[in-house]
Design a protein around this ligand. Structure first.
Ligand SMILES: CC1=C(CCC(=O)O)c2cc3nc(cc4[nH]c(cc5[nH]c(cc1n2)c(C)c5CCC(=O)O)c(CCC(=O)O)c4C)C(CCC(=O)O)=C3C
Ligand SMILES: [Fe+2]
Length: 315
């Protein structure tokens, strides 16, 4: 039996990435709910990882760094109160492993948060469902941070990155005008619209707030990284948007993938390699804002959101 503790656990959840190239098939099979990918799909995914992985899978390093950075920040704000545990959706340590580790340490109450700012039933809702089931089973009270897409410090961090990105774009394109800021996020199956899912609206709210704070007049929102299935996904896709912008005479594009918080496949491949190449073929310069990774303002966004959710335990 474990000793019970007064500490509040923090279950920090993220998508997860393979441990090694040999692990890609198992990872992809997990994403596909147990259905192994065809050899073509597997080769395609491996090829994309090979293009971005230099030894370590970047998302693994970044998630580890974010969890450590968050622990430090919480320690500053409330010494000795919080202990962070990692739980990944599609890779080890899985969400359930994180909850089990908390139970082993005698944790009785915990806050669950995802390293993604916008709520969707298909994304955050899915993480929370698994966390809650395991926590209920092990007798841990769980409070949830559902979204933090308008937290002032998140907006500030993104605004600074858009301003910096526009300066870099100006240098890279030799000052060619006009330019447009393209806010983006991972597409989801279009059927989420029928259930009144808040994902789209929250993404537009973040984009609008950042555009206002950064004084950006010309911007639009677009989707990226849609799945390779027959069902319709939310669009327009960024590659089509680039085509449209080139027809409108746009010369420079700054992509701000506000739906993501780390350097990983969707950013390092889908934007930095694929979208950049398409833009170049259309005679446009494409730059991307720096990802948040361990940015102190992002760590504060997470820590403050956790503290607010944990206030449920003191009443
Ligand atoms: C909403 C959302 C986010 C953002 C919110 C969040 O972060 O949770 C996100 C992030 C990520 N998605 C990632 C990777 C992948 N996602 C895939 C497939 C899918 N994603 C979906 C949704 C999302 N995904 C969906 C509906 C599918 C279809 C299959 C299904 O119904 O579940 C596939 C399969 C092949 C492909 O389609 O490319 C891969 C490899 C990585 C890790 C990258 C790395 O390892 O560096 C990250 C951060
Ligand atoms: Fe994904």
């Amino acid at each position: 039996m474990s000793q019970s503790t007064d500490k509040t656990g923090v279950l920090v959840m993220s998508y997860g990435t393979p441990q090694s190239m040999d692990d890609v098939e198992a990872y992809y099979t997990h994403i596909r709910r147990g259905h192994p990918p065809t050899p073509e799909l597997l080769a395609d995914l491996k090829g994309r990882y090979e293009a971005i992985v230099g030894g370590v899978f970047p998302l693994r390093e970044n998630t580890n760094g974010q969890v450590a950075g968050l622990q430090d920040k919480l320690e500053q704000l409330a010494p000795g109160r919080y202990v962070c545990y990692q739980g990944l959706r599609h890779a080890s340590p899985f969400i359930e492993d994180g909850v089990e580790a908390m139970a082993k340490d005698g944790i009785k109450q915990a806050v669950a948060i995802v390293l993604a700012p916008h709520y969707s039933t298909m994304s955050i809702g899915g993480y929370m469902k698994r966390a809650k089931e395991k926590a209920d089973e092990l007798g841990i009270r769980l409070a949830e941070v559902e979204s933090y897409h308008l937290h002032p410090k998140l907006l500030q961090a993104l605004t600074e990155r858009v301003q910096d990105g526009l300066r870099r774009l100006d240098l890279a394109s030799g000052g060619a005008e006009p330019v447009k800021v393209l806010f983006s996020a991972h597409s989801l199956p279009a059927k989420i619209r029928e259930i009144g899912d808040p994902y789209e609206q929250q993404l537009l709210e973040t984009s609008k707030a950042v555009a206002e704070q950064a004084n950006v007049e010309h911007w639009q929102f677009t989707w990226q990284s849609a799945g390779r299935t027959k069902e319709p996904w939310l669009g327009p896709d960024i590659l089509d948007t680039l085509q449209t912008l080139s027809e409108e005479g746009v010369k420079g594009v700054l992509v701000a993938p506000v739906g993501f918080v780390s350097d990983h496949l969707e950013v390092l491949y889908d934007l930095d390699i694929e979208a950049k190449q398409v833009a170049a073929g259309l005679g446009m310069t494409l730059e991307r804002i720096q990802m948040l990774n361990r940015d102190p303002l992002y760590m504060e966004t997470l820590a403050e959101s956790i503290q607010e959710a944990a206030s449920a335990f003191t009443v």
